[in-house]
Structures are given as structure tokens and as C-alpha cells.
Design a protein around this ligand. Structure first.
Ligand SMILES: Cc1ncc(COP(=O)(O)O)c(C=O)c1O
Length: 425
């Protein structure tokens, strides 16, 4: 333990200059000093096994040496150009090879931007205005995406409610919300309004909730029936669930998808990918000024991010990578489940081996409302005890990384056992 509480000093400094004392992302009560492999250290030198992994991008672990070497090779050659560069073109080629729906690609810097443009693209292509999303689905911070993201006041579907101040009425009126995994609702809603909808945006696995069998297929079918653009938000699932993302794993191909996190290898890079006849709306020469979707961004296709992404994807392509990730995830899921069951605590392990979490309820979890009705106090206590026993994770997600070792798993098991005892009824 440090005699000087360096972290407390940083927290005080943050309070002075940052609203809510933070970047808006994560608990401002911890300040991370560094990360290496599967571990992170806070400013007091406390070491943790990291299951936050930068909210997803660090799938290979922190400071992967091959990625670091690639990045360092680019830095002396220039950090950003605004103009096309070979690395960005090569990465676009690789993504288009990997992701089933990707015929063409446009870069942006964040997943939220990619989602915003994907929704606009659906409008440009169809000439319609409405977007249908699923309550609790996270698609970044644009005005549309902030509709029914995490509502505490529940209203009847398809009304969507704003989760942020400052959202204009016109945007509120342009978004409808549906319950995730409810095929009956979807079909009857589409029957009535399908011809008004430009796009349906969906996380193929919503936060941690898997699609019920047949749900994504039904969404695909309804989109085809009414000429609606299907957008998969694969910012999280892209290159994580499989090399070709959730669309490869689940076997349902959207018209457009958004990618972020893993493709930038820890640097700011995201993308909209999709069918050529839709993506051509980014090309004024091809569609004319009226139909053109104007899009540019200072850091789009940044060469440092692109080389980090290229090397990350090269490593992910190696044989056995996804099998290993799934095995690690399955071991962790079993660990949580065994200790919580032994302690007699009602819980569900919800998600995929590559991304999951524990929901404290005895009921099945199929949508946002099921998570909202779970025991948040127990969740918070459970996560606090995990953190005080060297396990660093978000209270809503557990992200396994490929850098996890046997030693990490045994530290994790010890923490889970203590946390399970602490919340035992
Ligand atoms: C499914 C999903 N979409 C979009 C985003 C937004 O990405 P970014 O934070 O890069 O804007 C996130 C971020 O966590 C996400 O989980």
C-alpha cells in the first residue's frame, strides 16, 4: 500500500476540471496508471485482472508486442494525413473480406458516429424517416441513439423516450422502440408501419442478451418484406464473436453494419460497412447531390489506428484464436455459475462466451426490462467485492481477453468465491 495516496490526489484534480469528476465512461473512483497483457494497475499500484479491456478493444490484452511494434514502425512516418493512405485501404480490404455484408467501407473515429451515419444512410437510401430500434440497445450518443437507451420510466411500445436532455422533438418523432426478442410484436408492428421505416438498427446480441432462436431471422425477413435497411451494430461483436462478427456466428446477414473497438487495435477507428448499392450514397458522383450523404472526419482512416487494426486482425486470424477465447469465456461463466449456485444466490449467466455478465434474478433474461427488474443492489455489492479482490470489470459486462492466463483465472476464482459469499442470502 502506498504511503501517499496518489490516486486520491488524481481524483481531487479530476473533480476540479471534469464534470462528474470523470470522462463520463466509468467509475471516477479509480484512475488507471497502466495496462500490460491481462492486467491493469491503478495509480496506487494496485494490480487487477482486467475484464473491462478498454470497454472491448483490447481483445488481445494490453500492450501486445506485435501490435506495439507495428504502431511504432508507423509513428516516425507520420501520425495523420487526412488524405487516403495505404494502411487504411489495406484494412478496408481485409474487413471487406472478413465481414459477410461488407462490400464497401467508410471510416469514422467512433462507434457512435458509425451508428449515426448508418441510420442516416438508411434514410438516404429509402427516402423514409423512421428508425426502429430495440429498447435498451446501445448505439452511441447521437440524438436518435439516446432514445430508449436506458429508460427508467417505462412506456408502451412503440413509443421511444429520450434518455438525454437536448433531444429535439423532431428526433423524438423519428424513432420507434420495440422489445428485443419479441417476434410477435415485431411482425404485427411491421405489418402496420413497415412501409414508413427507413432502417432497423439492432445489436445482434443486445448488451449481453443473446438473440432468441429465430429472432434475427425474423428481423431480416421483415426488413426484406418492407424494403427496410437492416443495420447490425457490430461495434462490440465485430471480430469478437467470430472473425466475421455476429453475422457470421448467427448466420444472418444485414444490409449495413457498424464496427469499432477491435478494428482500431486500441486506437480511435470505426467504420460503416455494407452493400455497394447502399454505400454508394457516400459517393456524390454516383448518386447526385440530392441523394448524397456528406461525410468526412479529420482522423478517419488514421494510419496509426489502421496499422494497429491490421496487426490485430492478423493475430486474430491465426488458427485456434476464437476457440481459445470461447474456452476462456466458458471457464469463467462456469466459475461464476458454480460459486453463485453454491452460495444459493438467484442469478442468470447471460451472454456469449466472448461477452457476458451475471444478472441477479431467478427469471430468464430476454430483454432490457428483464435486466431492469433484476437486483441492482446485489449486483453492485458483488462487483465491489470483485474489485477489492483484484478483478476489474464493468458492473454490466465481463469481457474475456486472449491474454488471460491460468494465474488470472485462479485470482478470478478466488475473487468470485469471496464475492459470492458476501452476497449469499
Ligand atoms: C453496441 C455499441 N454500439 C456503439 C457503441 C459506441 O461506440 P463508441 O464508444 O466508440 O462511440 C458502443 C460502445 O460501447 C457499443 O457497445
Amino acid at each position: 500500500m502506498n504511503r501517499i495516496d496518489t490516486q486520491a490526489e488524481w481524483i481531487e484534480r479530476a473533480k476540479a476540471v471534469l464534470p462528474a469528476a470523470g470522462f463520463g465512461n466509468f467509475d471516477p473512483g479509480i484512475v488507471i496508471r497502466e495496462g500490460k497483457g491481462s492486467r491493469v494497475w491503478d495509480e496506487n499500484g494496485n494490480e487487477y485482472v482486467d475484464y473491462l479491456i478498454g470497454s472491448g478493444p483490447m481483445l488481445l490484452g494490453h500492450g501486445n508486442e506485435e501490435v506495439e511494434e507495428a504502431v511504432l514502425s508507423q509513428i516516425p512516418k507520420g501520425m495523420t494525413f487526412f488524405a487516403n493512405n495505404a494502411l487504411g485501404i489495406e484494412l478496408a480490404e481485409e474487413i471487406c473480406r472478413a465481414v459477410p455484408c461488407a462490400e464497401q467501407l467508410r471510416y469514422v473515429s467512433t462507434g457512435g458516429e458509425a451508428d449515426m451515419y448508418a441510420m442516416r444512410l438508411a434514410r438516404a437510401y429509402t427516402g423514409r424517416e423512421k428508425i426502429l430500434k430495440f429498447e435498451g440497445g446501445y448505439h452511441g450518443m447521437s440524438a436518435e441513439a439516446q432514445m430508449s437507451l436506458a429508460p427508467s420510466k417505462l412506456v408502451n411500445f412503440p413509443q421511444a423516450v429520450p434518455d438525454s436532455a437536448g433531444i429535439p422533438e423532431a428526433v423524438r418523432d423519428s424513432v420507434w422502440a420495440a422489445p428485443f426478442n419479441d417476434v410477435d410484436f415485431l411482425r404485427s408492428f411491421m405489418n402496420e408501419h413497415g412501409n414508413d421505416i427507413a432502417g432497423i438498427i439492432v445489436e445482434p446480441l443486445q448488451r449481453i442478451i443473446p438473440p432468441a432462436p429465430g429472432f434475427l431471422e425474423a428481423v431480416r425477413e421483415e426488413c426484406d418484406k418492407y424494403g427496410v435497411i437492416l443495420i447490425f451494430d457490430e461495434v462490440v461483436t465485430g471480430f469478437r464473436f467470430a472473425y466475421g462478427g455476429a453475422q457470421e456466428l448467427y448466420g444472418v446477414t444485414p444490409d449495413v453494419a457498424t464496427l469499432g473497438k477491435v478494428i482500431g487495435g486500441g486506437f480511435p477507428l470505426a467504420a460503416i460497412v455494407g452493400r455497394e448499392d447502399i454505400m454508394r450514397h457516400f459517393d456524390k458522383g454516383a448518386v447526385g447531390a440530392e441523394n448524397w450523404l456528406m461525410q468526412l472526419g479529420t482522423l478517419s482512416g488514421n494510419p496509426v489506428a489502421s496499422i494497429a487494426g491490421l496487426k490485430t486482425l492478423e493475430i486474430l486470424r491465426r488458427p485456434g484464436t476464437y476457440e481459445k477465447l470461447r474456452q476462456l469465456g466458458a471457464s469463467l461463466m462456469n466459475m461464476f455459475s458454480d460459486h453463485l449456485s453454491k452460495a444459493g444466490t438467484a442469478h442468470q449467466i447471460v451472454g456469449d462466451e466472448t461477452l457476458f455478465d451475471i444478472v441477479f434474478t431467478n427469471k430468464p433474461v430476454n430483454n432490457y426490462r428483464d435486466v431492469l427488474n433484476a437486483d441492482a443492489t446485489t449486483n453492485s455489492k458483488f462487483n465491489d467485492v470483485l474489485r477489492s479482490n483484484q478483478v476489474f470489470k464493468s458492473p454490466g459486462k465481463t469481457y474475456p481477453s486472449l491474454a488471460l492466463t491460468e494465474d488470472d483465472l485462479s485470482i478470478t476464482e478466488n475473487a468470485i468465491s469471496k464475492a459470492a459469499q458476501a452476497i449469499s442470502p
